[in-house]
Design a protein around this ligand. Structure first.
Ligand SMILES: [Zn+2]
Length: 70
C-alpha cells in the first residue's frame, strides 16, 4: 500500500507543525509544577481547563486546552 506511508507521513508532519506553532505562541513554563499552577489559575479565574504537557521542542512545558482539539 503506497498511500499508507504517505498518509502517515503527512499526518506526522501536520502534528509537528501544530506542535511548533504551539511552542512559538503558547506560554512557556520551566517546570511541570509551574504549568500546573498556571492551569489551576486559569481554571479558578476563567473556568478554562488546561492540561500541562511536556514540549520536546523547547524542553519546557506548555498548556493545552483540554476540551478543544485544534
Ligand atoms: Zn515548546
Amino acid at each position: 500500500m503506497p498511500g499508507d506511508i504517505e498518509r502517515w507521513f503527512a499526518e506526522e508532519q501536520r502534528r509537528g507543525d501544530a506542535r511548533a506553532r504551539n511552542c512559538a505562541t503558547k506560554r512557556w513554563f520551566a517546570t511541570e509544577s509551574e504549568a500546573r499552577a498556571a492551569a489551576l489559575w486559569d481554571r479558578t479565574r476563567f473556568g478554562e481547563r488546561h492540561k500541562p504537557y511536556r514540549c520536546d521542542l523547547c524542553d519546557g512545558w506548555h498548556l493545552t486546552s483540554a476540551q478543544a482539539a485544534r
